[in-house]
Design a binder for this molecule. Structure first.
Ligand code: DUC
Ligand code: ZN
Ligand code: ZN
Length: 481
């Protein structure tokens, strides 16, 4: 009998710490050995290629249900196809609580839809209405079912919660051992500036960043961190757009708080000027927080190198440019206030980051692995993902570091009808993706069966354990309801 089902031979293995030439032996979907001279029933030659963990994208919106009915346009099947084409093998998407409803109302529908995925997946549970029943019964049930992260929005009419409700979510997470992720922007400040801009006739996408400048994000980030400190609850700040927000996070980290933060490729490649394009074109670049001024990216790269920002996710969102349920859902003349926020990126995340980061000498290949696979897996309790080590899932991407490609929408294989990166030249490209030992993409051809992805139930883990630092030693979260 052969030693291994499959051996990846002679590649340069890149882990979160180092890189070295080795073979990888795979058995029953897991990494069984790393060494030299390994042989197996099947072999893949990786000479000249980097062998890295499959990407772990812990922030993407796939088939997210909308309060008005229907779902975001990117399905679990098309989102999986794009992910695998781009070297990503697992992702965490979102299950939304609609205001006035419980969590159970939608969770089963998400499970049904996600069952078609080809990547391995989990959910963040978005809490919009933390009633007594949600906090006391439903959040513990959801966490016990393996959905061990809650997401809150401090802005957006349909989603936002106020400080008191945020405290209730933090306390529920503290009691149940979940992580809280936060969209940090000040709701009232945005509403106030938006009203003024619209009254002044400033309605085009150009004014979207004017409605929510850096200080709006910084204030909410500070508040999100301070309230999390009050409850002794670890959090991750989503989609940091600029240095002044990252500095707020760095200050909290320097005080020893468990505050982590991600940024996304859009903040490293785009600027607010992209929204100032003729006609409706600027809508393609609209997301929140918005990309900032031309100096923002250099500041973010510095914060990435310092480790303040230790995850890079896509925040892939399902809004097409031309489709009726996309950017034009409120008409082509809609003001910036009524154009949905979000841009696609699940498939382009890794190639763009590799090219802008590794190929341009800003980060090392091991940094790339840490930012895109190891750190997100560690933070969200996905012990079997993001690592090249015996026992880990054999989720691997074989990467040609020299291949030059021009990004086009069709290469990305998502359902969304555009990419904001159309025409971008990149160096470095994924040529083969393995998910649990199975070849699921070769030379851009995705060959995974719909439904072959697995739900990743996330149990308790130490990394997000609260610090035990409470003002006056008093744990308000533990008080009787
Ligand atoms: N902002 C979000 O908060 N979510 C989806 C996309 C976006 O731009
Ligand atoms: Zn967000
Ligand atoms: Zn998002």
């Amino acid at each position: 009998m052969e030693d291994y089902d499959l051996v990846i031979r002679g590649g340069t293995v890149v882990t979160a710490l180092e890189q070295f030439r080795a073979d990888i032996g795979i058995r029953a979907g897991r990494i069984a050995a790393i060494g030299t001279g390994l042989d197996g029933a099947a072999r893949i030659d990786a000479d000249g290629l980097l062998v890295m963990p499959g990407g772990v994208d812990t922030h993407c919106h796939l088939e997210q249900l909308r309060p008005e009915g229907g779902a975001d346009e990117e399905s679990f099947v098309t989102g999986s196809t794009s992910a695998l084409a781009g070297g990503t093998t697992s992702a965490i998407s979102f299950a939304v609580q609609f205001k006035g409803c419980g969590l159970g109302a939608t969770l089963n529908e998400y499970r049904r839809r996600a069952a078609a995925a080809m990547i391995d997946y989990s959910f963040h549970q978005i809490i919009t209405d933390p009633t007594e029943a949600v906090v006391a019964q439903e959040i513990p049930q959801v966490v016990a079912a393996g959905i061990r992260s809650l997401k809150v929005f401090l802005t957006y009419d349909a989603l936002r919660i106020d400080d008191r409700a945020y405290l209730a979510v933090l306390a529920a997470a503290h009691r149940t051992g979940a992580l809280v992720t936060v969209h940090c922007e000040n709701y009232d400040a945005i509403a106030w500036r938006t009203a003024a801009l619209l009254a002044d006739g400033h309605t085009t996408p150009k004014y979207h960043p004017w409605s929510r400048p850096e200080v709006v994000e910084r204030e909410a980030t500070y508040r999100a961190i301070a309230l999390a400190e009050l409850v002794d609850q670890p959090i991750q700040v989503f989609h940091v757009s600029c240095t002044e927000v990252a500095e707020e996070i760095a200050r909290a980290q320097a005080r020893g708080l468990k505050v982590w933060a991600e940024t996304c490729p859009q903040y490293l490649l785009m600027t607010e000027h992209d929204m100032d394009r003729p006609g409706f074109e600027g809508a393609k670049f609209m997301c929140s927080p918005p990309p900032r001024g031309p100096d923002a990216a250099a500041g973010l790269w510095e914060q990435i190198r310092r480790g303040t920002l230790d995850v890079i996710s896509s925040d892939h969102s399902g809004y097409s440019y031309d489709g009726p349920a996309g950017k034009r859902i409120n008409g082509a003349e809609a003001s910036f206030r009524d154009i949905p926020n979000g841009i696609p990126g699940i498939g382009s995340r890794l190639p763009i980051l590799f090219s802008e980061g590794v190929s341009k000498g800003r980060i090392t290949p091991s940094d790339f692995v840490r930012l895109t696979a190891f750190n997100p897996a560690r933070l969200f309790g996905l012990a079997e993902k993001g690592r090249i080590a015996p026992g880990a899932d054999a989720d691997l991407v074989l990467w040609d570091p020299a291949r030059r490609m021009t990004i086009t929408n069709s290469l990305l294989q998502h359902r969304i009808d555009y990419t904001p990166y159309e025409g971008l030249e990149v160096t470095g490209w994924p040529v083969l993706t393995l998910r649990r030992g199975e070849v699921v993409m070769r030379d851009g051809v995705v060959q995974a069966e719909p439904g072959s992805g697995r739900f990743l139930a996330r149990g308790p883990y130490d990394f997000i354990r609260p610090l035990g630092r409470l003002p006056h030693g008093y744990d308000a979260a533990a008080a009787p309801a």
